[in-house]
Design a protein around this ligand. Sequence first.
Ligand code: FE2
Ligand code: FE2
Length: 150
Amino acid sequence: MLYWDESLATGIAVVDEDHRGLFGLIKVIDDAKNSDVFGDKVCAAIEALNDYAHDHFRREEALMLLSGYIARTRHEDEHKSFSITMKRLLQLYQVSPNLVSISGVVVYLTDWLRGHIAYSDQAYVNSMRECGQLIDIASQNLLNNIDLNF
Ligand SMILES: [Fe+2]
Ligand SMILES: [Fe+2]
């Protein structure tokens, strides 16, 4: 499924808003593949997703640090590994677009994001809830700095 839904909610405003945005950008990649003769739209859409994922990971990592989440390093490694995969994918697509199935990429991205949110992101929720108001305030401040116009 290409959309965020309530089953993925963490209850942390900035995180849920980011996750909605990430699914929205995967949909942009999916839409671009149908109308893209030269590959420019797909490249731009993948770059936009990379940029937004980078920002989201930094916000999430700041909240994990603030809450003292014990498995933060392992979680950050998952973010890093995803970013490396995406960078390589973009490079490959720019050089040899015919070697990359964008439909396959969309399936990979959707599966990765759903799995990561459902298991790795949900795993820090209790730790953040224990911090109560501190995380609420930080989350709200981060949310105020997000540019949601993409
Ligand atoms: Fe994460
Ligand atoms: Fe996340």
